[in-house]
Design a protein around this ligand. Structure first.
Ligand SMILES: O=C(O)CCC(=O)C(=O)O
Length: 260
């Protein structure tokens, strides 16, 4: 499966501009790299313009759902749609929607761990469920940004057979070393592919770290974006490698389920 992470800058609180820019980038990625699966960053529609979410969030995700469905079908690609500001009645969630090549929604996940350091919990409601979905035959899960600091949360879908972890993010540059280390650790401990798409650029409060990563189940980085520039990061992944690594180092069998 060929992956393309769309590492972009995001305009603060301007969904229309972000839709236009990201659609152009997706079309460029498809023309130049012929990916099977496209991955977008976190909150790519609104950015972290949290105080204006009443005005700019997507009611029931209607707009994003239509756009993701028609684009994935037209271009014959899977789209792991990063995340959007998804309004459900009076609450807003940081929600990821995944579509397959037929334009069908196959996955949804709302960020469970909200980053109090950035006051996310004041404006966004937390999700309660993790997710499992199948992309081109590969069982996958997804966590959003701050979620990667909580390995006990991420473990559950791997105990249920996941082989790939997708991570949309808006990870700030001042904690860039954590981004790399945490993603490599999640790949090694779960013996899975990690496909992490971060944004670049700045908003009024933060500068973001880019460095989107594709990491194999041995923990080796196989593709890496730059820190500052918009870029399409591509990699070919081989999910059968997950089985090889799990046979070579059988940590799933060696877990002490009698102790924890
Ligand atoms: O955990 C971190 O340091 C960054 C997380 C973050 O920026 C987010 O969840 O949006």
């Amino acid at each position: 499966m060929k992956i393309a992470c769309i590492q972009v800058d995001i305009q603060y609180g301007k969904p229309e501009k972000n839709y236009e820019h990201i659609e152009n980038k997706i079309r460029e990625a498809v023309e130049q790299h012929h990916p099977d699966t496209i991955v977008l960053p976190e909150l790519w529609d609104t950015g972290y313009d949290l105080t204006r979410l009443d005005e700019i969030s997507d009611h029931n995700g209607v707009k994003a759902k239509q756009w993701l469905s028609s684009l994935s079908k037209e271009l014959n690609i899977n789209i792991v749609g990063g995340s959007i500001a998804y309004r459900e009645e009076d609450l807003v969630y940081n929600t990821s929607l995944t579509y397959n090549r037929n334009g069908e929604q196959i996955g949804t996940y709302s960020k469970a761990h909200l980053i109090t350091l950035m006051e996310e919990e004041k404006y966004i409601s937390p999700g309660k469920n993790n997710t499992l979905f199948t992309i081109d035959g590969n069982l996958s899960t997804l966590s959003i940004c701050y979620d990667i600091r909580f390995p006990e949360w991420i473990r559950a879908p791997f105990l249920n057979g996941a082989k790939i972890l997708f991570v949309p993010a808006e990870w700030p540059i001042q904690r860039q070393s954590h981004w790399r280390a945490l993603l490599i650790a999640r790949a090694i401990e779960n013996q899975c592919y990690v496909i992490a798409c971060n944004r670049v650029g700045s908003d009024p409060k933060n500068t973001f770290a880019g460095q989107s990563l594709v990491i194999d189940p041995w923990g080796d980085i196989i593709a890496e974006g730059s820190v500052h520039d918009e870029e399409i990061i591509t990699a070919e992944i081989f999910p059968e490698l997950v089985d090889d690594v799990r046979v070579k180092v059988p940590v799933f069998n060696d877990r002490r389920t009698d102790l924890y």
